[in-house]
Design a protein around this ligand. Structure first.
Ligand SMILES: [Zn+2]
Ligand SMILES: [Zn+2]
Length: 103
C-alpha cells in the first residue's frame, strides 16, 4: 500500500519497526510515509477515548492501538444515495409536454 498522500512506495526497513505510520482516514486504512509524517495536516480519524490517531481499520470496526478502544466503523456513510434535485423532473416533464403538445 503506497503513502495515501504522495503515493510513495513502502520500502522494507533494514531492521526494526517500519518508520511508516498507519492510520485511519475517512474510515479507510492509510499509510503515511516518513516524509509526509512531518506535515501535520493529515486529517486522520482519531480515537474518541484518548485522541490518538494510531488506529487500525478492521472489518466493520476501528481499533485504537494506543488504548485498545474499539468502535464500529461508519459504514453507513458509504450507502447513502443522493436523490435527484426535485425541480429537474418537473422541468423535464414540462418540456416533454410542450414537445408533445399537451401543455
Ligand atoms: Zn508520503
Ligand atoms: Zn485510544
Amino acid at each position: 500500500m503506497p503513502c495515501y498522500r504522495c503515493g510513495a512506495r513502502q520500502t522494507d526497513p533494514v531492521r526494526g519497526a517500519s518508520p511508516w505510520q498507519r492510520g485511519v482516514r475517512d474510515e479507510s486504512q492509510v499509510l503515511i510515509c516518513p516524509d509526509c509524517q512531518r506535515l501535520h495536516d493529515h486529517d486522520l480519524d482519531s480515537c474518541s477515548t484518548c485522541g490518538s490517531t494510531t488506529l487500525i481499520r478492521r472489518l466493520g470496526e476501528v481499533e485504537c492501538r494506543s488504548c485498545g478502544a474499539v468502535r464500529m466503523a461508519r459504514t453507513d456513510t458509504l450507502t447513502v444515495s443522493v436523490p435527484p434535485p426535485p425541480g429537474l423532473s418537473a422541468e423535464v416533464e414540462a418540456a416533454l409536454n410542450r414537445v408533445l403538445g399537451r401543455a
